[in-house]
Each structure stands twice: as structure tokens, then as C-alpha cells.
Design a protein around this ligand. Structure first.
Ligand code: C2O
Ligand code: CU
Length: 473
């Protein structure tokens, strides 16, 4: 028997509010219209309770944006919230001006205003979108969605293709969002704001239809503020085919499943071996409990597909390979947080004591002794230069470090990581998990001109200091 402990929850979904409006404006070709707005969702098992959320087009998750590698997409964002916002297209090697970072690449979209994002995704794969202004609050209120970029070689390889967007909500008993914890210094200085309700695709128990014999692609996305999750499928052979959007050689998933730090993605493929009426449980096991988060339900019918026994072939994207022999080597030291509080640090160019940083500016963490976004770039790279970054986690907490606009190789971990498998060696990632006291070396080609953020994707850590930026000239 499975129990639901720390994550509680149960059955039914979002109330569709202003679903998809007509998508095209008369004057220009818009592929999508996305409006962040106040809305309501049913997130608790006890379906009578509703949660007031902020949601894209009123939906949690927001509408799936599906586009094609190499084809321009344009998305109009109409801000119907009472708060300024932006959208960041997480993991896309995008034009800098479209990266959606408030204060670095654009001014936030004011209430009632519109902004058109236009970009041509160079890589196929699984990505996602979310605000990049007060992210810790806006995302936790429900603003996130899936972004799928289709490749050329994928068609016909899968009978089903389901995003599985996992979120970790912190709710009160009446279903409302736990707002008191939004600026909790306790959460900001520890693991971040953890939730008590797990949803997949905005539902307490997601049920996805499959048919025995089918080949199914599942795109897992961890959109939680701070929780590291681990997923597997009960009694079902499963392989991993991509991480953070980028393909890896097909790898059988062991019993531990796949660990996803906040913002990370994993694409899994399974050839359904159940029979009609079977339910394959989607398990979340980060707590060492086997928590049932949803089901694949084997429906009636016959699988029509014939290639199900062939190996999956996802075409590699053209992410440039770092040239390690010529790499410029830099270090990023992470410090602060509970148990090892900062005794001093630089904030907005001024040196100050740890107490002042914490009480006056809510800054509790630092990168290389600097808390929060520095005025000067952490480094400037020549276009095409290989950067090797040594990430030193000198804190007592794990972190999920994300680079904008680029994907990187993971070269080494100083203490063979428990959480991550060998498969990571073949990956290009945009977000990497570091355990406490761990050192990880990454390398990438700085090929995308502009100003790029680099931060912890545990959003309270980002807000409380773990944020910097680099420049590619
Ligand atoms: Cu997913 Cu800086 O973002
Ligand atoms: Cu962190």
C-alpha cells in the first residue's frame, strides 16, 4: 500500500477559465497568446476546495506551447495581473532580448500591457516557461507552462507524448496558498519554500490514458520552487532519452528512478507492458516513501504502432562541444545559508556585515562573496570561448544551478553523486544539482551574445542572494 505523507493530495483538476482565446491578431502572425491572470484551480483531493491561483490563460499549467526547431514562434503576453511580470523560456538558447529577465534583458510587462516574444528555437526538446520577476512568488502561485520544441526525426516514433509537470504547492487546509511563508527568512535560509501538496499537470492524481503495447514518451518537468523530486514508474521498464531537453543515449532507468532538481527535465520512454484495465503508478520517491502521484491507465484498444521495438533515435541538437584544452577556468563559490551564515558580503557594490545583509536586505547567500545581482558581470567571454566553471558548494544545502542561454557539459563531481547517475556524463544540461559541500565542474562554449543570468533555481535562494550574470561579447 502506498501512503501520502508529506505530500498530500487527490483527484480532479483545474477549472478551465478563459481557456484558449482565438490566437491570431489581425495585423501580425502570432502563434500564441498567453495572458497571466488570477484564476482558480482544484488542487486538493477533496475536490470541493478551490485555490486562488495566478495562471497563464487561467490554466495550471499554462497552455502547452508547441513549436518546431528552427521555426520562428511569436507569443503575445498580455499581462492581466495586478503585478508586473515577464516570461522566461527556460532552456532555450534564445536571442538575449527575448530571455525575459526583468532588470537584465527587459523591463517587466506592466499590468494591462502587452509584450511579444519572438524567437527561433535552435534545439528540439522539452523546455518550459515561467515568470522572471519575483519568480519565487509568481511561480509558486501557479505561473508555469510546458514548451515543447519538435525535432525533425521524431515523428512517428511515439504513440503518445505527455508532459508531466510536477509542482509542489504549499497550501493551507482550506486550499488557499500559504502566503505567510512567501518571505519567510527561515525558508529562504534553509531548503527554500517546500510544499505539502504534489500535483502533476495541475491535478492531485493525474490519469493519463495509454494502450498496452504502445510506446509512450513522458516529459517530466520539475516546476517546484525548491523541492528535489524523484520519479519512477511502478513495474514498468523505462528508459531515459533526454535531460533538460537535450538527447542522451537511451539508458535504462534503475529502480531509483530519475532525480529532478527544480527546473530540470527528463524525457522517458516506455513500451507499455500492462494489460487493459491496468494502472501503472507514477511514483515520487524523494522522501523514501513510494508516493503515488498519478497513473498511466491502460485503456481499450490495440496499439497500432509497429516501430515500438526499434531503438529510439532522437537527433542531437547542435550545441557546440566545449574545447577543454583552450578553456578559461573560473570558480564560483557558494556560501551562506543556515548553519554557515554569511559574516560579511558585498551587496549592490557595498561591503556589509552578515546581519545587515540579512535583516535589511534579506540577503542570506552569496556567489564569490557577492549577494544578489552584481553591477559588474561575473565574467565577460569572447564569443566562441570555452568557459570551464568550477562550482564549489560551500554551504550545508543542495543547490540547483541554472545558466541562461547556454547548455553545458558536466565534467566532474568531487564526491560521486548519490543523486545523479552516470547518464549525466553524456548530457548537455542547463541546470545542475549540487549536493551540500559538493564541487562540480561544468564547461560550455559561450556562443550566445548578450547578458545571461546564472542563479540557483531554488527560487528563495535566488531571491536571497544566489544570482549573478555573465556577458558574451
Ligand atoms: Cu528557469 Cu532564470 O530561470
Ligand atoms: Cu540554492
Amino acid at each position: 500500500m502506498f501512503t501520502r505523507r508529506r505530500f498530500l493530495a487527490g483527484s480532479s483538476g483545474v477549472l478551465a477559465m478563459a481557456a484558449s482565446a482565438p490566437l491570431f491578431a489581425a495585423s501580425e502572425k502570432l502563434s500564441y497568446k498567453i495572458a497571466p491572470m488570477a484564476s482558480k484551480a482544484v488542487l486538493l483531493e477533496d475536490g470541493g476546495k478551490q485555490t486562488a491561483v495566478w495562471a497563464y490563460n487561467g490554466l495550471v499549467p499554462g497552455p502547452v506551447v508547441r513549436t518546431k526547431k528552427g521555426e520562428e514562434v511569436s507569443i503575445e503576453v498580455f499581462n492581466q495581473l495586478e503585478h508586473p511580470t515577464t516570461i522566461h523560456w527556460h532552456g532555450i538558447r534564445i536571442d538575449n532580448a527575448m530571455d525575459g529577465v526583468a532588470g537584465l534583458t527587459q523591463v517587466p510587462i506592466q499590468p494591462g500591457e502587452r509584450f511579444v516574444y519572438r524567437f527561433t528555437p535552435p534545439d528540439a526538446g522539452t523546455y518550459w516557461y515561467h515568470p522572471h520577476n519575483k519568480t519565487w512568488e509568481q511561480l509558486a502561485r501557479g505561473l508555469y507552462g510546458t514548451l515543447i520544441v519538435e525535432g525533425d526525426a521524431e515523428e512517428g516514433q511515439f504513440d503518445r507524448d505527455y508532459p508531466i509537470v510536477a509542482d509542489d504547492w504549499r497550501l493551507e487546509n482550506d486550499g488557499s496558498i500559504h502566503e505567510a511563508s512567501f518571505q519567510s527568512m527561515h525558508d529562504w535560509s534553509h531548503e527554500g519554500r517546500l510544499g505539502n501538496v504534489l500535483t502533476l499537470n495541475g491535478k492531485p492524481y493525474e490519469r493519463l490514458e495509454v494502450i498496452a503495447g504502445e510506446r509512450v514518451r513522458l516529459r517530466f518537468i520539475n516546476t517546484s520552487n525548491a523541492r528535489i523530486m524523484r520519479f519512477s514508474l511502478a513495474n514498468q521498464e523505462t528508459s531515459l532519452i533526454a535531460l533538460d531537453g537535450q538527447p542522451i543515449p537511451e539508458t535504462k532507468l534503475g529502480g531509483d528512478g530519475i532525480t529532478l532538481a527544480p527546473a530540470q527535465r527528463a524525457d522517458l520512454v516506455l513500451d507499455i507492458n500492462g494489460r487493459e484495465g491496468d494502472e501503472i503508478a507514477i511514483l515520487e520517491t524523494s522522501n523514501n516513501d513510494r508516493l503515488v502521484a498519478g497513473y498511466l491507465v491502460c485503456g481499450q484498444g490495440k496499439a497500432t504502432h509497429s516501430s515500438a521495438k526499434l531503438p529510439v533515435t532522437l537527433k542531437n541538437n547542435s550545441v557546440p562541444e566545449p574545447e577543454l584544452s583552450n578553456a578559461r577556468v573560473l570558480e564560483l563559490e557558494m556560501s551562506g545559508g543556515a548553519m554557515r551564515f554569511l559574516t560579511s558580503g558585498i551587496y549592490k557594490g557595498q561591503k556589509m556585515g552578515g546581519r545587515e545583509l540579512a535583516t535589511k536586505h534579506q540577503q542570506l547567500w552569496a556567489f564569490n562573496g557577492v549577494a544578489g545581482m552584481p553591477e559588474q558581470a561575473f565574467f565577460s567571454a569572447r564569443r566562441g570561448e570555452t568557459i570551464k566553471l568550477k562550482l564549489l558548494n560551500e554551504t550545508a544545502w543542495p543547490h540547483s544551478i541554472h545558466l541562461h542561454g547556454h547548455h553545458f557539459r558536466i565534467l566532474s563531481r568531487d564526491r560521486g553523486s548519490v543523486a545523479m547517475g552516470d547518464y549525466e556524463k553524456h548530457a548537455f544540461r542547463d541546470t545542475v544539482l549540487l549536493e551540500r559541500d559538493e564541487t562540480v565542474e561544468i564547461a560550455f562554449v559561450a556562443e550566445n551574445p548578450g547578458k545571461w543570468m546564472m542563479h540557483c533555481h531554488m527560487l528563495e535562494h535566488q531571491a536571497a542572494g544566489m544570482a549573478t550574470w555573465f556577458e558574451v561579447l
